[in-house]
Ligand binder design. Structure first.
Ligand code: FES
Ligand SMILES: [Fe+2]
Length: 387
């Protein structure tokens, strides 16, 4: 699990007038809105006696605060204790009475939280999704929770070759050899590939839509992008010259073995509401087909190198993902999960926040251990390297 990235913490519509508890990177957080409706995110653990702020309430004494359910301490959106009921109105608040507060942005109906202490200018942006507000597109949303690590979920989402076997709606084994990667374009925090696939024309479906959309075994172009921000995948499927479907899913590591995917799907055809339900049903079916495979894959976590695994040409984009992830581990952004679990039994740990970087002495709760000193490994194979 990597720090210093944006992750989706919740759908915007789910955070209203009460605190909402959410878990990311193995830690709990509280989301709430101030009186202007601006979303805030704090570490969930109260530094008094460990109460869970997410189970608390909106502050009654101080404006724009969340209150701990245990003894009623009130915390501002910046994580500062503003009021301690047992000390009364005139009570002096200790200077270390604060918890980590994280940058929040609302985009695409999602609450994005920056999980780390990098200064603003060094953070990768939230992935672009310009089509989201464009009336040309019809949107549906859904979510899926995986018993799998986020790294595995992302790798599966950008894997070209599995569709022929795992998703009968997108491919079939007889045409597996025809699917190919047309191009790969790599950047510091994202990469994109275009591939050519030959999905089948299945019988049935609502009103037999597939027959209206395209011919059997018609070439379909798929543009697949991953972003380090949010462990996000964008999938653009050009069904034909007029019909495209676009998916954006942010894959939040809830903990090292659980991932929550927040998905927005857009289509520029059949935009009537009557088609929404079936679109969601089919998307969930696809997620479940993937989950059946990756929840049973070994080893449980994504391997750190390509040792003990064989790669072929069609796996190239997955190697790009693994290498980019690996580069961020080498930067020292990887949480030392084993160590974190050991310490967490007796001690609360927080993901470091930007304000803590400026004032480290003002925080009582320690930060999660990170893996240091990781040596560089080359993971992207040239075409001549692959079998
Ligand atoms: S534990 Fe939060 S106020 Fe006491
Ligand atoms: Fe899949």
């Amino acid at each position: 699990m990597l720090v210093n990235l944006w992750y989706v913490a919740e759908w915007s519509k789910n955070v209203k007038d009460k605190p909402v508890k959410t878990k990311m990177l193995g830690q709990n957080f509280v989301l709430f809105r101030d009186s202007n409706g601006v979303a805030k995110c704090l570490s969930d653990v109260c530094l008094h006696r460990g109460g869970s702020l997410g189970n608390g309430f909106i502050g009654t004494n101080k404006k724009d605060c969340v209150a701990c359910p245990y003894h009623g301490w009130e915390f501002s959106g910046e994580g500062m204790v503003e009021y301690i009921p047992s000390l009364g109105e005139k009570g002096v608040i200790p200077s270390k009475a604060r918890v980590d507060s994280y940058p929040v942005e609302e985009r695409y109906g999602m609450i994005w939280v920056f999980m780390g202490d990098l200064e603003k200018s060094k953070r990768y942006p939230i992935p672009p999704f310009p089509e989201f507000d464009d009336p040309k597109w019809k949107a549906v949303t859904c979510e899926f929770t995986w018993d799998a690590s986020a790294e595995r979920v992302v790798e599966n989402g950008i894997d070209l070759a599995h569709a022929s076997f795992v998703h009968p709606g997108f491919g079939y084994p007889e045409t597996a050899h025809l699917n190919k990667i047309a191009s790969v374009d790599r950047h510091e925090w994202w990469a994109t590939q275009t591939s050519i696939t030959y999905p089948p024309l299945l019988k049935g479906g609502p009103l037999n839509l597939r027959r209206l959309l395209r011919k059997d075994k018609q070439e379909t172009r798929v543009h697949n992008t991953f972003y380090m921000s949010g462990f996000t995948i964008r999938l653009e499927i050009e069904i034909n010259s007029r019909m495209t479907t676009l998916l954006l899913d942010a894959n939040t590591p809830v903990d090292e073995h659980t991932t929550k995917s927040y998905l927005i799907q857009l289509r520029n055809f059949f935009k009537w509401d009557m088609f929404d339900k079936d679109t969601i049903r089919r998307t969930m079916q696809v997620f479940q087909q993937d989950a059946d495979i990756i929840e049973a894959a070994s080893p449980y976590y994504l391997p750190e190198t390509l040792e003990n695994e064989m790669s072929v040409k069609q796996d190239r984009f997955m190697s790009v993902w693994r290498e980019m992830r690996r580069k961020h581990i080498e930067k020292g952004w990887q949480i030392d999960v084993e160590q974190m679990k050991k310490i967490s039994k007796h001690k609360v740990l927080n993901i470091p926040s930007p304000a803590r970087r400026e004032n480290p002495d003002k925080y009582m709760i320690e930060t999660v251990p990170l893996v240091a000193g990781v040596q560089p490994v080359r993971l992207v194979l040239d075409d001549q390297d692959v079998a």
